[in-house]
Ligand binder design. Structure first.
Ligand code: B12
Ligand code: SF4
Ligand code: SF4
Length: 232
């Protein structure tokens, strides 16, 4: 373990994350039901810090890394794991990853305990400033107390959204508002008609009027769509 263990602050963590284009999204105090492992100092974690991406800000950092071009599978997950494990060691904590599973850590529920995210009809969490254009790369269970945060719940963005365009935009109606028809989406993506989604990101996600300036760049979006289509 590094000599810096247990000595970092949230600001130190923010600086370390920004070197990779990543953001400290928020944090929460875990409870015994979260069943997290004990830290190397023998204590329970005092906070879980959620780390993620907002828009495509991290993309140039990931693209410049060796993981992007080494030809091995799951480059973004491996990039995340390398950064998460290094920071966990440096800050005396444990790294938790959204892709380790099943069973998966409930990242979306953890997000709701850390920042003003809400469930959208697309099941993705929507954030008042970042819209649907954000995701989580890892979480750090740390000895640090959680960062203070506003407890005010924002208005429900989706209930007041005129016409809910996300539910109208999918060419095969994969988002019903109550479910996601994975097979319908995947079949479309594997057909010639799916080229638009494959190149520019899910049309339903793009239809959301919140934070259009943070929509993923074509290159970033196409990377995720290819990874999704390869798995389904
Ligand atoms: C399994 C999974 C899926 C499955 C969902 C199947 C199911 N209903 O169980 C499928 C393959 C459909 C999926 C798809 C997508 N997912 Co997904 N997924 C996950 C994952 C790995 C685990 C969810 C889970 O079981 N959690 C454990 C339970 C106990 O926790 P929970 O909070 O109650 O989780 C529920 C929801 O997360 C829901 N869910 C998760 N993803 C999706 C997607 C859709 C469309 C629906 C209907 C439901 C759903 O299913 C869980 C069980 O009910 C999470 C990461 C994580 N660890 O949470 C990402 C995650 C939820 N997915 C994410 C994303 C972005 C997507 C995609 C948009 C793109 C992508 N990268 O593949 C696509 C949607 C397809 C499209 N058209 O673009 C993000 C959401 C970020 C956000 N803003 O909320 C997450 C958090 C990953 C991340 N790294 O940030 N996903
Ligand atoms: S990626 Fe395309 S087919 Fe799949 S849900 Fe989004 S709009 Fe529909
Ligand atoms: S289009 Fe409207 S209902 Fe759909 S996610 Fe965006 S704000 Fe919510």
């Amino acid at each position: 373990m590094s000599h810096l263990a247990n000595k970092g602050t949230h600001d130190d963590l923010r600086v370390a994350l920004s070197a990779h284009g990543l953001a400290l999204r928020g944090s929460f105090a875990p409870v015994s039901e979260d069943a997290l492992s004990t830290l190397s100092n023998g204590q329970a974690a005092a906070s879980v810090c959620m780390v993620g991406v907002i828009g495509s800000g991290f993309w140039p950092h990931f693209k410049a890394s060796a993981f992007f071009s080494d030809g091995q599978s799951d480059p973004l997950d491996r990039w995340s794991r390398a950064i998460g494990e290094e920071l966990a060691a440096r800050f005396g904590g444990i790294a938790l990853f959204p892709f380790d599973g099943p069973p998966y850590h409930p990242f979306q529920r953890w997000a709701d305990r850390s920042e003003p995210t809400q469930a959208s009809p697309m099941m993705l969490r929507i954030h008042p400033q970042h819209g649907l254009w954000h995701a989580y790369r890892f979480a750090l269970a740390l000895p640090l107390a959680p960062a203070s945060q506003t407890t005010a719940q924002p208005a429900d963005l989706c209930l007041s959204c005129s016409g809910q365009p996300c539910l109208q935009a999918c060419p095969v109606g994969a988002y019903t508002g109550a479910a996601f028809l994975l097979d319908a989406c995947a079949s479309h993506l594997h057909s010639s008609q799916g080229a638009h989604c494959m190149q520019s990101a899910c049309l339903a996600r793009r239809a959301c009027p919140v934070a259009p300036e943070l929509r993923y760049t074509e290159e970033h979006a196409a990377f995720h769509m290819r990874a999704f289509a390869q798995r389904h």
